[in-house]
Design a protein around this ligand. Structure first.
Ligand code: NAD
Ligand code: LMR
Length: 339
């Protein structure tokens, strides 16, 4: 099936060389927040990606060390480190893909929305620079709360006159990665064969895995599906609690971020049938942004795919998430326009 082909293709660079995916084309990737918990392992994984010719690692501090370290790896890309706001423009200039894991992570007891006060301002200033230095780049937004930071980015770009809805992505790949892992464990199927779309947003009940569409079919009971759904929705909190004050998911997020950026690069390079879930501008529901399967192409979003058939349980989940998602989107839009 298409989905299966996509999943195999999207992990190929971690396991074998990808000669058919455009590895002769020059592509610059910039990572903003590259010295952080996600940023460091993500820098490593992007250094392993043969589609990248230049890797720009930016943070407010610490990036000279990360860049020197990663640059010694004998793979294709040239690595440069940039530290401090005065170097942000150079980091961004000419970037094809900008990945943003800059901002504070959760501690136990916090929601992702509790990060809004700090991260909204960080995202706003980084997006202002993106509009100036690389207005055509694909943006992979990791910073939380994604349900609000993506709308903030859209408003900043609109004000700058550079907004293109095809180029702005909220990274929800970690929800898909978790849904696949948890489903394979419960259904006792090979995890490498599993596909599960995850739609909605990226916080609590706004994360809606569609296990009724999971392949291969595991014939799970409805209580098992409900438990898997809750575990996927609470996956981030599971890690936050296990880390006990030392932050949130970094390693699994770096993996997920690398998979999503690789899909963006493949799309840019003209590889057909690249499909990943992402939180994008959407008409799939009545909300202005929504995560669903997206086909990636030379201009970013080629097609926002529909939800497909939902079970009654998923239909209820969809209705239940709309209020929270709507208010998180509106909060982001309002923030970006208040000044
Ligand atoms: P971290 O604190 O370890 O790293 C964040 C980095 O951002 C730091 O190095 C910091 O210096 C940098 N930073 C802060 N302000 C900056 C600015 N203005 N410009 C550039 N860099 C700046 O945090 P982390 O664990 O790497 O998490 C980062 C963010 O990713 C958090 O908001 C977290 O909630 C989010 N996250 C999202 C997902 C997802 O699925 N989308 C998953 C995990 C974490
Ligand atoms: C995650 O899903 O792991 C991230 O959004 C980080 C968090 O705060 O849970």
């Amino acid at each position: 099936s298409l989905a299966r082909k996509t999943s195999t293709a999207s992990t190929s660079y971690l396991t074998r060389r990808g000669f058919a995916s455009g590895s002769a084309i020059d592509r610059k990737v910039a990572i903003l927040g590259a010295a952080g918990g996600i940023g460091q392992p993500l820098s490593l994984l992007m250094k392993l990606n043969p589609l990248v010719s230049q890797l720009a690692l930016y943070d407010i501090a610490g990036t000279p060390g990360v860049a020197a370290d990663v640059s010694h790896i004998n793979t294709r890309s040239q690595v440069l480190g940039f530290a401090g706001e005065e170097q942000l423009g150079k980091a961004l200039e000419g970037a094809d893909v900008v990945i943003i894991p800059a901002g504070v992570p959760r501690k136990p007891g916090m929601t992702r929305d509790d990060l809004f006060n700090i991260n909204a301002g960080i995202v706003k200033s980084l997006c202002t620079a993106i509009a100036k230095y690389c207005p055509h780049a694909l943006i992979n937004m990791i910073s939380n709360p994604v349900n609000s930071t993506v709308p903030i980015a859209s408003e900043v770009f609109k004000k700058a006159g550079t907004y293109d809805e095809k180029r702005l992505f909220g990274v929800t790949t970690l929800d898909v990665v978790r849904a696949k892992t948890f489903y394979a464990g419960k259904a006792k199927v090979n995890v490498a064969d599993v596909n599960v779309p995850v739609v909605g947003g990226h916080a609590g009940i706004t994360i809606l895995p569609l296990f009724s569409q999971a392949t291969p079919n595991g014939n799970l009971a409805s209580e098992e599906i409900e438990a898997l759904t809750k575990r996927t929705q609470d996956g981030g909190t599971e890690v936050v609690e296990a880390k006990a004050g030392k932050g949130s998911a970094t390693l699994s997020m770096a993996y997920a971020g690398a998979i999503f950026a690789d899909a963006c690069l493949k799309g840019l390079n003209g590889v057909p049938d690249v499909v990943e879930c992402s939180f994008v501008q959407s008409t799939v529901t009545d909300l202005p942004f929504f995560a669903s399967k997206v086909r990636l192409g030379k201009n970013g979003v080629e097609e926002v795919l529909g939800l497909g058939p939902l079970s009654d349980y998923e239909k209820q989940g969809l209705e239940a998430l709309k209020l929270e998602l709507k208010s998180s989107i509106e909060k982001g839009i309002k923030f970006a326009n208040d000044d």
